[in-house]
Ligand binder design. Structure first.
Ligand SMILES: *[C@@H]1O[C@H](CO)[C@@H](O)[C@H](O)[C@H]1NC(C)=O
Ligand SMILES: *[C@@H]1O[C@H](CO)[C@@H](O)[C@H](O)[C@H]1NC(C)=O
Length: 394
C-alpha cells in the first residue's frame, strides 16, 4: 500500500521533472517598446512593437543576436486589414511568452555558438518585412504602414539596453524575418557602434523570383503590391534600388548583390513555403493537383518532382548571382523544410540535417567566428537522408 503510493508519487515527480527540463527551450517574456509610439514606429493597428529578450551572460555578455519573427506579407488594404487585429499586426494580440530554442537556446549543448549571448526575438507586426513607411494613416482603416520605422526603433531600444557596448552582433530571422535580416543588413550595421563586428543570417528568407506552375510571375506581382502598399522603396538597400526597379529589390537575389556586411544564407532548396506559394500557389493550381504534394514531398508525382528539380536549378542560379557579393556563408540543403534555425531538431540535435559532414549550428558558428566560410549546396532530392522533410496538415 505504502509502496504503491510511493510509486505513484515518484511517477508524478518524474512527469513534473520531465516537463521542467527545458529540452525544447525556455519561455521568455515580452517587452513592449512603448516609446516607439511617439516616433510613429508602430504595428499595423498602431500598437507598440514588441520583442522578447533573454540576457547574455559570462563571455557572451556583450554579444547580441537580434532575430526577427516571420509570417508572410500583406500586399494590399484588404489583406492588411485581415492581419491588423491578429498577432502579426498588433502587439495586443501577441502571446506574452515565447519558447526560445535552436539558435535562441540558452543551453550550451543545444546552441554552442550563441547560448550565452543576449538573444532577442523581435515580433513581426508590419506585414512587409520591416520596410514600410507611409506617413498618412487612413482614418477609416487605421492601418499604419511603418515597418521601416519600427526596425530603427527596435534597434535604438536595444542599443539603450546595452547593445551600444556590443562586440559582436548578428541580425537574423526566419522566413519573412529572414528577408528582414537580408534587406536591413547594412542598415543594422550603420546603427551599431563602429567597432562592433556585425554579420547577418537569413534563414528561409531567400525567396526567388520564379514563375508559378501556370507560367505567371505570381510572386513578382505580389511583391510589387507589397512594396507599393507599404511604400517600401526608400527602405530597401540603395545599392539595389539605384540599379533597378524597387519591386525587384525585394528579392534577395538582387537586394544582396551589393551588401557590405557578411551574409549567411540558410535555406532548404525545396523551401516548403516557396513550393506552396511561389511555385504552386492556389491561383496557379485551381484543381488542387499540387495539394497532396505540397503537404508531403513523398506524395509528389514524378512530374511534380521534375518541376521541383527545375525550381532547384532556378534557386541555385539565383544563389549564384551572389558569387561576388558579401554572402560568404551558405547552407542550402535538399530538404522539404521552412526555417531551420529556430527549431532544435534542425539546428542541432543528434539527428539534425547534415551537409558536408556539418550541422547547421556548426556551419553558422564557424562562419560567424571566422573559423571557416562554410558554403555548401546539397545534391538533388532525395539524396540527403538526414533531411527532416516536413509534413503539413493542409
Ligand atoms: C488583395 O490581394 C489579395 C491576395 O493577393 C487578392 O486576392 C485580392 O483580390 C486583393 N484585393 C484588392 C482589393 O486588390
Ligand atoms: C565528420 O565530422 C566528425 C566530427 O566533427 C569527424 O570526427 C569525422 O572525421 C568527420 N568525417 C569526415 C568524413 O570528414
Amino acid at each position: 500500500m505504502g509502496d504503491s503510493k510511493h510509486r505513484c508519487l515518484s511517477f508524478f515527480t518524474v512527469i513534473l521533472l520531465v516537463q521542467s527540463i527545458p529540452s525544447n527551450g525556455i519561455n521568455v517574456g515580452i517587452t513592449y517598446v512603448r516609446n516607439a509610439v511617439a516616433k510613429g514606429a508602430v504595428c499595423l493597428d498602431g500598437s507598440p512593437p514588441a520583442y522578447h529578450l533573454d540576457k547574455g551572460s559570462g563571455a557572451g555578455i556583450n554579444n547580441w543576436l537580434v532575430h526577427f519573427e516571420g509570417g508572410g506579407w500583406c500586399n494590399n488594404v484588404t489583406t492588411c486589414l485581415a492581419r491588423r487585429d491578429t498577432r502579426l499586426g498588433s502587439s495586443k494580440h501577441m502571446a506574452m511568452e515565447l519558447v526560445f530554442s535552436g539558435i535562441l537556446s540558452n543551453i550550451r549543448n543545444f546552441n554552442p555558438g550563441f547560448y550565452n549571448w543576449n538573444r532577442i526575438k523581435v515580433r513581426y507586426c508590419d506585414g512587409a518585412s520591416f520596410t514600410g513607411d507611409v506617413e498618412t494613416v487612413n482614418p477609416a482603416t487605421k492601418l499604419h504602414f511603418r515597418g521601416g520605422r519600427v526596425f530603427i526603433a527596435i534597434v535604438e531600444d536595444l542599443l539603450a539596453k546595452g547593445m551600444k557596448h556590443a562586440q559582436n552582433a548578428i541580425l537574423s530571422g526566419c522566413s519573412a524575418g529572414g528577408l528582414t535580416a537580408i534587406l536591413n543588413c547594412d542598415k543594422f550595421h550603420s546603427l551599431l557602434p563602429r567597432n562592433t563586428k556585425v554579420k547577418c543570417l537569413g534563414d528561409a528568407g531567400f525567396f526567388i523570383k520564379a514563375k508559378d506552375v501556370s507560367g505567371n510571375q505570381h510572386i513578382e506581382a505580389f511583391y510589387a503590391e507589397v512594396v507599393a502598399t507599404h511604400a517600401s522603396a526608400k527602405n530597401l538597400p540603395a545599392s539595389c534600388t539605384s540599379r533597378m526597379k524597387p519591386d525587384l529589390c525585394f528579392f534577395p537575389q538582387n537586394a544582396a548583390q551589393h551588401l557590405q556586411i557578411p551574409l549567411f544564407i540558410l535555406n532548404a532548396v525545396y523551401d516548403a513555403w516557396q513550393i506552396k506559394n511561389i511555385l504552386a500557389p492556389g491561383v496557379a493550381d485551381p484543381h488542387g493537383k499540387w495539394h497532396n504534394c505540397k503537404t508531403d514531398i513523398r506524395k509528389c508525382s514524378r512530374n511534380q518532382i521534375n518541376i521541383m528539380q527545375d525550381f532547384r536549378l532556378q534557386f541555385i542560379n539565383a544563389i549564384n548571382r551572389l558569387e561576388r557579393s558579401s554572402a560568404s556563408g551558405m547552407f542550402i540543403d535538399a530538404c522539404y523544410a521552412h526555417c531551420q534555425s529556430e527549431m532544435q531538431e534542425t539546428w542541432l540535435r543528434d539527428d539534425s540535417p547534415i551537409l558536408v559532414n556539418t550541422t547547421i549550428s556548426k556551419a553558422v558558428g564557424d562562419w560567424f567566428y571566422g573559423r571557416n566560410d562554410y558554403r555548401a549546396i546539397d545534391c538533388a532530392y532525395p539524396c540527403n537522408p538526414t533531411c527532416h522533410n516536413r509534413i503539413y496538415k493542409n
